[in-house]
Design a binder for this molecule. Structure first.
Ligand SMILES: [Zn+2]
Ligand SMILES: [Zn+2]
Length: 258
């Protein structure tokens, strides 16, 4: 891999290693581009009270994130291109305000990582991977991803197969085809996620990538590094992804920030 745009930091409370160690590991692995995309801070509206999201950066930590990555970008110039992004969910009631906060603060790109339906603070929201979800929530989750692709706000879609729906394969394929077709039409790539292979998770889900291959959607590889070591051995884990590229006839693209 010469580029990876899916990298976390300790600010999300479930990753390890310093920012510098991630950059050094990417250089050691021979990468030319490293994009950081930690779980985004979110500006939740007052109606959520003092809701605290435990798996993402706090807004107070955001200036330090940008400062640290900017300093590393300057220091490593000529060796590797460092970019500043976030991985973020689309939550209808508070995305726009959060988006402005992030852009004003220096974020260059957004990966959509839709880990929940609705808003995570809502009583009715469900975690995409928590259980084989129901049809209604699966459709809602899919609608959100399609809308985000159409919005043009997202650099690519992280693990588009993160929603766990196993009840009906025919319905699954029809539904995810909408994601794949939107991706192709708007040229917003779909990410095959190395953390999924590494953890032998329920994704990458073969049925999803079969559809992506049939539709001809653009596909990128993302490390989803939560540890600098995951950059060091990314090429080894990517071999599993390359087998799926061959198996499903996936169209590989190297994303480039405009
Ligand atoms: Zn994470
Ligand atoms: Zn991630």
């Amino acid at each position: 891999m010469i580029a990876n745009y899916h990298t976390h930091t300790t600010r999300c409370n479930h990753a390890v290693g310093t920012d510098r160690e991630y950059v050094e590991a990417a250089v050691a692995a021979g990468m030319k581009t490293l994009g950081f995309s930690d779980h985004s801070p979110y500006i939740f509206p007052e109606e959520f009270g003092n809701y605290y999201s435990g798996f993402r950066m706090r807004p107070e930590a955001f200036p330090g994130y940008v400062q640290s990555l900017t300093a590393l970008r300057d220091e490593f110039k000529g060796k590797i291109d460092v970019h500043i992004g976030v991985e973020i969910e689309y939550y209808p009631v508070c995305f726009e305000k959060t988006e402005k906060f992030l852009k004003d603060g220096g974020v260059e790109y957004f990966l959509l990582g839709q880990h929940f339906t609705g808003n995570e603070a809502d009583a009715g929201a469900i975690y995409a991977g928590s259980q084989p979800g129901n049809r209604e929530k699966f459709v809602e989750h899919t609608d959100t991803i399609v809308k985000c692709i159409e919005s043009g706000k997202f650099f690519y879609i992280a693990h588009p197969d993160v929603f766990r729906y196993e009840a009906d394969d025919v319905f699954y394929k029809e539904t995810v085809a909408r994601i794949c077709e939107a991706s192709k039409k708007h040229n917003v790539p779909l990410e095959i996620n190395l953390l999924g292979y590494r953890g032998r998770r329920y994704y990458p889900k073969p049925l999803f990538w079969q559809v992506a291959g049939e539709v001809g959607a653009p596909v990128v590889i993302g490390v989803d590094a939560h540890d600098p070591g995951m950059l060091l051995d990314a090429d080894e884990v990517a071999e599993a992804a390359m087998r799926d590229f061959a198996e499903y006839g996936l169209k590989y693209v190297e994303p480039e920030l405009g």
